[in-house]
Design a protein around this ligand. Structure first.
Ligand SMILES: [Zn+2]
Length: 107
């Protein structure tokens, strides 16, 4: 997974880069995050997450129909990644909202 810290005008922010073309993901609705699972058991393999532009850079998932491969890729829209991360960090929606309020610029 390619994550970059960038400056956009006055703001510093974290953005995703595509693991195939390395360009910044500008629209999360047009990108996916993907991970490998065992084809037979569905068990997560190495747990490494890759991010790709949808329909242009995600050719790796096309190999999912190859029954001879022991693994396949599962994926979700990148727009769902924050929810997975919040759950993984053990945070709640309320705690995230509080953190967002702390980050709001003073008026
Ligand atoms: Zn790409």
């Amino acid at each position: 997974m390619l994550i970059k810290f960038v400056e956009k005008g006055q703001k510093k922010t974290v953005v995703f880069g595509c693991d195939f073309c390395h360009r910044v993901i500008s629209d999360p609705s047009k990108a996916i995050f993907a991970w490998r699972v065992d084809r037979k058991t569905g068990a997560v393999l190495d747990g490494i997450i890759a991010v790709y532009h949808k329909d242009t850079c995600d050719a790796i998932t096309l190999d999912n129909d190859n029954e001879e491969k022991p693994d396949r890729w599962l994926c979700e829209p990148l727009s769902r990644f924050p929810t997975a991360l919040i759950n993984g960090l053990g945070l709640t929606l309320e705690s995230v909202q509080e953190l967002l309020m702390e980050c709001q610029p003073a008026e």
